[in-house]
Design a protein around this ligand. Sequence first.
Ligand code: DGJ
Length: 705
Amino acid sequence: MSSVNILSVGDRAWAAVTKTSAFVFGVEAAGEDTRVVQWYWGPRLPEAALAEVVGQVPRRTGSGFHDPRDVDELLPVEGGRRWGVPSLQAAYAGGVRSVELSFVEAVLSDTEIELVLRDPLGLRVGVHVKVVSEVVERWVSVANEGPHAVRLGRLDSGSWAIPEQAGYRYTGVAGAWAQETQLHRAELAVGETTFTSRTGTTSHRANPWIMIDAGDATEERGEVWTVALAWSGSWRLTAQRRPEGDVAVTAGFGHDGPSWPLDPGETLVTPSALGLYSDGGFGAASRAWHDYARHHVLPTPFEERPVLYNSWEATWFDVNEEGQIDLARRAAELGVELFVVDDGWFGSRTDDRRGLGDWWPNPDRFPQGLSKLFDTVRELGMRAGLWVEPEMVNPDSDLYREHPDWVLHYPGRRRDTLRNQLVLNYGRADVREWAIGWLSGLVSDYGLDYFKWDMNRSFTQAGWAEAGERADLLWIEHTRGVYAVMDTLRERHPRLRIESCSGGGGRIDFGILRRTDEVWTSDNTDARDRQAIQDGYSYLYPASAMSAWVTDSPNPHTRREVPLAYRFHVAMAGALGVGGDLTRWSPAELEQARELIAAYKAVRPAIQHGRQHRLAGTPGVTASAVQYVHEDTVVVLAYNPFALSKHPPRRVRLAGLDPEAVYEDAAGERRHGQTLMSHGLALPTWSTEGSDYRSEMVVLRRLGI
Ligand code: DGJ
């Protein structure tokens, strides 16, 4: 395919084309009322046919009064004859609210276009469309070129019309702490379905993406349209299904309530909304998202993620030099490659009531600083990692006593704590400089390879006292500030890797993944619960970034007892880690752990970088299996949480193999790819004989011809 992805297909009409899809849009002027509309989004059309869809939106009636067309607009505004969900709302001087845009010009390059629109009251609006492999990225810039301040009540990254079809079903993930990314799939209701976060983070409650199909897509077949937002602060995504039948999805940063001031001369640029069309079912859609993450988002996509050990569930806050060194020795013996010290190593932080903000080693717990511990870690052949929570402060800390003005607050309002902590305002340059200073110092002083960057509370009283009327910008500037600090750290310390954690999986999105290598998927480390969480995660995000630990049984959160092999096989579906109290594991368990870690390392490239197929079952609920294919290696992880109560199929049909090629299993048995895909692979784990919680990893190698 040529590298030109934005084609001109008519008078003020363009197509953004990927290898498999096309998105056709352009300017439709109805008198003074310019609309930038979407004419087509679906399978790629022959180049000669792209012009055929331009202008082809049949009206239901002759009257605009009965047939509002804003559902097709790339940026429906609040203004003029529009009554749908606005992507842009502005209040001008004197309380004027109607945005009225005219087309000025198109600024076009091979992969990107900006459609420039102007409102005579002073706004210059840029609607941007860019092709990045299979994804259409869209964002908006708004500049105030007028003499008066303007307030933007909403500035989404864009709206996407979903083509007319027999039905509309959505798939998305929603959840809560310890229950992140639970899959939801249901008919899209007539009206407006909104997923949102008001927490200041991506949140546990929902993740900023939606997939829409006609109700007939399966894992392997069918058309699926996805819209996702690359942003790690509060956000809102609304799918509107009009009673007339049309469906559109608008997504952007911020939630209901806050509004952004735009002074004369200022510009506000949104994060990107990402659109992807796939005709290979949910599985192909997910694999296309994983490819996008690998090739265009993650900073170190093709590095193998090390097997890590994290001490949190072993020690909780009871951290000290001797205990950590003991755990490090035990972890190294298992084959662990990265040792991460979690919360409790600094300041007066012996519980969650004090010390956050005082980022120096606790002198009672680490009398020699962290050098002895991390020198030992390195002598043991492991890399060194440290937990930090740079956006937070306990009121009982030296930092807060010195800088009470650094936290989010409004003058004269309460400062509500959550987990006894307040949020530092990363919109402030002095806070960012402070953070870069001590974080960078820790990396240099201890030769750190890894930060687990945690963020444990939602915003409340999210004021920015000195900003006055501009305080709402905090919702944007905090997130940008966090991005800036992470980016600076990575620039200064190219070897540094970062894990995004937010009370578990509260900050997982394509914005944070641009500057982090892994995400902590959930605080819930119960293997069975985790299966559902990991399944929902896999709809958009790749296994390489999914940090997953094996912890103790009974699980400290659920008290559920699950065998070690099952716990490992669940955690092996991502970036494997160990987080149990190794001082309590028996010699037999330690030996089994050593073997399983070695087995994981042998196939790690396939799991972390392979094409992932969700083969069968409802993970954690019924017998299920997930498969990865990478070069000549095929890995199947199969699970059966029940002994006799359910009757799983006797075989699992594999996917994504070369039908002509021959694959060999560990016992030397050979079968063609077509046989494995059509007839399937018998899984002992899926037999009805045996105990609860059986699991296995099957590895097949494609033989050379
Ligand atoms: C929440 C994280 O998700 C946990 O893994 C752990 O790091 C704790 N915070 C520490 O306070």
